[in-house]
Structures are given as structure tokens and as C-alpha cells.
Design a protein around this ligand. Structure first.
Ligand code: PHE
Length: 376
């Protein structure tokens, strides 16, 4: 009712003819209707209701007084019927009245002031470990490898047994495994653990895809290592697996030599030393010339710490897939007499530490924005 002069005043009736009553009733209804449409908020709704319905001097009461009491005896009956009908109608309209919203109101509520300065949101940056992971995966993708993934909570079968770690074999001890509790009632191969390496995805992928395959497998792994500057109970690995007919150790060396040059620069040299993993035979560790000191073991006159003055840095474990591993997936086309392959696995966090010259792995996982911003 804002900005509007309340216009309806109950008229005194002198003429009680049907036509006059009709007119008076019509005007009253029209007034009530237009006032009900003007209600803009709860306070206005209340005063609208009071104005029409209040027992003491509300419009209906006034009509009762003015129209009925002033009627001549013979007109009373007819007037009474009309006033009652009118009261019912007005009561209905008052009950139905509600706060209306005009187009103008809703438009002004939704108005956007495009001249106001916006909210500046800080832009995040790729985490150094993820950045390193993506770079490594990218090198292999360009060689035609595809990406495979697998579960972090793994069974004993995939993490150990199918990788040629027989039950109770001492090689299992090298993996510092975190086991999921309350699994004793299950057969050993079904018991759950946090995977200690990404190698179980070798088996999972060979179960699904027939040879030839070339895959890289990025993922998180867990080991029961107390956190310190070079250990974290959770870290990242990238596994690689290539299987085809006639894959040789020469293919392994050529592929990894190329990958290291792509990652650390064309001047790095690679060097393989014999090693042992149950799922590869022969097995090796790959070293690259230290990209901090260039292989000299010294940084100006100081000893080079990352390579412990040897000039070489160990970057991964690798080898030719052991025929015993193929036996577990033989039915899917991996007959060890017909196919051969190589596999490798590297620690992404360690490579990120070396690449960025960070001296504490914990910094990668503490989420300190001041540290992470330096890689933005
Ligand atoms: N899974 C091994 C580890 O975590 C690394 C590896 C992968 C070695 C593939 C050989 C072949 O230590």
C-alpha cells in the first residue's frame, strides 16, 4: 500500500434498490481486490487484514453498521442476504492475500553491479610431485605407452603371490608392508594390505589385456617406514611394463636410456648394476650421472650430497619379466615360451627431491602454502 492513498471508504447507503446494492457490493469487492494486490511485505499484509477484518471498526464491521442498521424495515432482508454474501467474499479474499513480488522488486534483488571489483581467487599450482609424475608419464606416452591404474588397497595375491613372492618367502620382508587388520579368517591370498609398490597393476593389466602391451602405471604406495627427511609412509611410484614377442634386455636399456635423457637432459649417462627382484630376472638398478654435480662428485670444492660424491644417482629398479610371473596370466596369451617383456619402477618423490633440490621429503606432504607457492 506504499505510495498509494487508501481510497476506499464505506459509503452510507440511502438507496436500497437491487441495482444500488449491487453497485455498492461491486465497488467494495473491487477495492478489496486492488488493495490485496498491493501488499508488499508481512507488515503490510497485517495492516491490510486489520483494515478489512478488525472486529472494532474494520471495513466489514462498518458495512454491517452502515448498511444494515440504516436499512428500512422492508429492505433489511434483501440487504442482509447481500451483506452476508459480501462478507463471505471479502473474508475469502483477505485469507487468500499474500505478499506479492513485482517484476521490479525481483529485478532489483537480482541486480548485479558489474562495476564492482571482483573477488580475486588465488590460483593454485601443480604440486611438484604431481608435476614430476606428469613429466615422466608424458615421456612414456610419447613412446606409445598408455596409462593404467589399480587399487591402493590390494590383496596379498596381487601385491606378492602373483609377483613371484611365495607365501612366507623372505623377499616379502623387504617391503615393510602395512596390513589391514582382522583378515586372519580369509585365505592368505585374499587378505588386504596397502600396496607396497605399483607392480600389482602389472598382473591386473595383463589379466585384462592380451599382449602386446606397453603401459605406465602411476600411483601411491605405502610402506611401514617412519617419516624422516628421505622416507614417507606414503609415496608415489611409476611402474612400466612392455610385453611382446622378442623383447630383449637391449630394448629395456634403450628405452630407459632415452627416458632418462628426455627427463634430465641429453647429456646424462645411464649405468645398470645387477640387482634382485622376485618378479624380474635378470634384475638391475638404473643409475644416471648426477645431474647436480654433472658426475664429478663435487660442487665446486664441496662434496656433492645428492650422489654421496659418487657421481651416480640410483633412479629405479628394473628387469626382464620373470617367466614365473607370466605363468599367472598364461591363459590370457602370456605364454612365457612365446612372449617376453621388461618392467621398471621408480619413486616419483625421490626424483622430485633431486630435480628441485629439496632436502626433506616431508615438505611435499605438509601442505605448507609458502613451500608449494615456490613451484607455481
Ligand atoms: N616394485 C619394485 C619396488 O618397488 C620396483 C621394480 C618394478 C623393480 C618393476 C623391477 C621391476 O621396489
Amino acid at each position: 500500500m506504499k505510495n498509494k492513498i487508501v481510497s476506499y471508504i464505506v459509503p452510507k447507503l440511502t438507496d436500497y434498490s437491487a441495482a444500488a446494492l449491487e453497485k455498492a457490493v461491486g465497488e467494495c469487492i473491487a477495492a478489496c481486490k486492488s488493495e490485496s494486490e498491493e501488499v508488499r511485505n508481512d507488515a503490510e499484509l497485517k495492516s491490510f487484514r486489520d483494515r478489512w477484518m478488525a472486529r472494532k471498526n474494520g471495513i466489514l464491521t462498518q458495512i454491517n453498521d452502515l448498511w444494515l442498521k440504516g436499512a428500512a424495515k422492508d429492505a433489511k432482508r434483501e440487504a442482509g442476504i447481500r451483506v452476508n454474501a459480501l462478507k463471505a467474499r471479502i473474508t475469502e479474499m483477505v485469507d487468500a492475500a499474500h505478499v506479492a513480488e513485482t517484476d521490479a522488486d525481483s529485478l532489483s534483488a537480482e541486480r548485479v553491479d558489474i562495476s564492482l571489483p571482483g573477488i580475486r581467487r588465488p590460483i593454485g599450482a601443480e604440486h611438484p610431485v604431481i608435476k614430476t609424475r606428469n613429466e615422466i608419464v608424458g615421456v612414456f606416452e610419447r613412446l606409445g605407452y598408455s596409462v593404467a591404474e589399480g587399487p591402493v588397497v590390494e590383496t596379498d595375491y596381487y601385491n606378492f603371490e602373483a609377483l613371484n613372492f611365495p607365501p612366507n618367502h623372505p623377499a616379502r620382508d623387504t617391503q615393510d608392508t602395512l596390513f589391514i587388520g582382522a583378515q586372519q579368517s580369509k585365505p592368505q591370498r585374499d587378505r588386504l594390505l596397502l600396496r607396497t609398490h605399483t607392480s600389482p597393476v602389472q598382473i591386473r593389466t595383463m589379466e585384462k589385456m592380451r599382449p602386446p602391451i606397453r603401459i605406465v602405471i602411476p600411483g601411491t604406495v605405502h610402506r611401514n617406514d617412519p617419516p624422516d627427511a628421505s622416507h614417507s609412509p606414503m609415496f608415489h611410484q611409476i611402474e612400466g611394463l612392455a610385453v611382446d614377442t622378442n623383447i630383449t634386455f637391449g630394448d629395456l636399456k634403450g628405452t630407459l636410456d632415452h627416458a632418462m635423457k628426455a627427463l634430465f637432459g641429453s647429456s646424462v649417462k645411464t649405468h645398470f648394476r645387477p640387482s634382485f627382484f622376485p618378479f624380474t630376472e635378470p634384475s638391475a638398478e638404473l643409475y644416471v650421472t648426477c645431474f647436480i654435480c654433472g658426475g664429478s662428485g663435487k660442487r665446486s670444492s664441496d662434496p656433492c650430497r645428492p650422489c654421496k660424491q659418487t657421481g651416480w644417482i640410483e633412479v629405479l629398479g628394473c628387469g626382464m619379466v620373470d617367466p614365473n610371473v607370466f605363468e599367472f596370466v598364461k591363459d590370457n596369451g602370456y605364454d612365457p615360451k612365446k612372449v617376453s617383456g621388461f618392467a621398471f619402477g621408480m619413486g616419483v618423490d625421490r626424483l622430485a627431491l633431486l630435480k628441485y633440490g629439496v632436502d626433506d621429503i616431508q615438505l611435499f606432504f605438509q601442505g605448507d602454502v609458502r613451500f608449494l607457492q615456490q613451484f607455481g
